[in-house]
Write a protein that binds this ligand. Structure first.
Ligand SMILES: Cc1ncc(COP(=O)(O)O)c(C=O)c1O
Length: 462
């Protein structure tokens, strides 16, 4: 029977089972325990409706960068709702939108334009449409369309049809194909797994050769853009090899292809700098932001382009060269006002630096895991960390999923939430993921590292 819609706590589990569709779990048997229902968050902690408190080692979905319970973000949202809750920026404007676009370009350090949407997927869809239209408006007369998009295996770029087409994780696409034509994938620079003992620079050159060769085989003049996360996040926390981003930039420059960075996870301090790509000093043509843009307090994303890209859209009124792409909720006054304040908090509290410092601390504490026969690699940058579990260190065969799953479960029993790359690459769901809020204290970092280490050492043998 359908439970009455009373808000009483005791009915929530039943109501959840009757009505709420959760995307990463099976819903049978219906008698199973209802999912934990969170009611409050402060700093790095969330508390469920039974009053049990958990350390959130993954910042929700890797987005609550400034931590939970920020009163000032609520206050800013409240005041903005009272002043002007909504107004579109399709052809008119509002102050928080203007200020945020300006702030993002200031942080990026270059001239350009910013387009707002509501999710990371849409930010990437926007980037793909901009790239295609850019080429349509700059290509020499008589040339064919540049429409292909190249991404890397293991990369995740979103759930909508175009963004999912760029996503190169087979399990995410299962039963949704065929997707959008024109999307191709190449190998990521994954030295731990595929370096085969080669020095990093040799392996890096091989990855770049594969990218360039793919472009040549496809016909460079048909390729619009290459999209990369500076550090692959959901695909298993894979930092690039040294020289990789520079190499991709050079290939794009040689072939007239636009370079898109997906900074949806990497951005806003997560990796220890404001933006992930700033570790390597290589700039893109287009960049996508979401998640940490508002620290998850409001649904907002952005696609920023450099001025030379924007200039391809300049023409006389009445022509069709403007960007004909509309989003009702992209960049509302409330979302942009909250984003501005969230960025202010990141800067005021030095949270990028804190992420760098605490990330180094966590990484060094987790090194002891390398003594375990099933721990192949411990890696990451800032507060984006991964632990790759293998059957043995020589073959590097991924550890059985059932055994890997014992680790997050053990942590959850100790009220510590960590992640894992499930539903991504068939047979490769063997990376544990940590991405705590950037406000993490040293004491909490100790708790996180100790719990994860205990959990790994408590795994059943393979
Ligand atoms: C790297 C990356 N890009 C894009 C997205 C899509 O963002 P959203 O879920 O907001 O659509 C995600 C989501 O996790 C992501 O990790």
């Amino acid at each position: 029977m359908f439970a009455s819609l009373s808000p009483e706590k005791t009915d929530l589990g039943k109501m959840d089972a009757e009505s709420l569709w959760h995307s990463l779990v099976q819903h049978k048997p219906f008698s199973q325990k209802p999912p934990k229902c969170m009611a409050k968050g402060v700093g790095c902690y969330v508390t469920d409706t039974d009053g049990v408190e958990y350390f959130d080692g993954v910042s929700g979905l890797w987005c609550v960068n400034v931590g939970y319970g920020r009163q000032e973000l609520a206050q800013v949202a409240y005041e903005q709702m009272v002043d002007l809750a909504y107004f579109p920026i399709t052809s008119m404007s509002h102050e928080p939108g203007i200020r945020l676009a300006h702030k993002l370009l200031e942080l990026l350090g270059y001239e350009g334009k910013v387009f707002f949407s509501t999710s990371g997927s849409e930010a990437n869809e926007t980037a793909f449409k901009i790239a295609r239209q850019y080429h349509a408006q700059t290509a020499p007369a008589g040339s064919g369309p540049r429409y292909k998009i190249i991404s890397r295996y293991r990369g995740y770029h979103g759930h909508t049809m175009g963004a999912l087409s760029a996503t190169a994780q087979a399990e995410r696409k299962l039963k949704y194909e065929p997707l959008v034509p024109g999307f191709f994938h190449v190998s990521p620079p994954y030295h731990y797994r595929f370096g085969d003992g080669q020095p990093e620079n040799v392996y890096n050159a091989a990855c770049l050769r594969e990218l360039e060769q793919t472009i040549l085989y496809e016909g460079a003049e048909s390729v619009a853009a290459v999209i990369v996360e500076p550090i692959i996040s959901g695909g298993g926390v894979i930092p690039p090899t040294e020289g990789y981003l520079r190499g991709v930039r050079e290939i794009c420059d040689r072939t007239g292809i636009l370079l898109i960075y997906d900074e949806v996870v990497n951005g806003f301090g997560r990796t220890g700098k404001m933006f992930g790509h700033q570790h390597w000093g290589v700039e893109p043509d287009i960049i996508s932001f979401a998640k940490g843009l508002t620290s998850g307090y409001m649904p907002l994303s952005a696609t920023a382009v450099k001025q030379h890209v924007f200039e391809a859209f300049l023409d006389e009124p009445g022509t069709d060269s403007h960007f004909r792409h509309i989003t009702t909720y992209g960049g509302t006054p409330v979302c942009t006002a909250v984003s501005l304040r969230s960025i202010e908090i990141l800067e005021r509290e030095g949270l990028c630096e804190r992420a760098a410092e605490m990330g180094d601390y966590l990484l060094s504490k987790l090194q002891r895991l390398l003594d375990h026969p099933n721990v192949g690699d411990v890696r990451g940058k800032g507060l984006l960390l991964g632990i790759e579990l293998v059957k043995d260190k020589v073959s590097k065969t991924p550890l059985d999923s059932d055994i890997v799953a014992t680790v997050p479960r053990y942590c959850m029993d100790k009220q510590v939430i960590i992640g894992r790359n499930t539903n991504t690459i068939p047979g490769f769901t063997n990376v544990l993921i940590m991405a705590p809020p950037l406000v993490i204290s040293q004491e909490d970092a100790d708790r996180l590292a100790d719990t994860v280490c205990d959990a790994v050492f408590a795994m059943p043998s393979s």
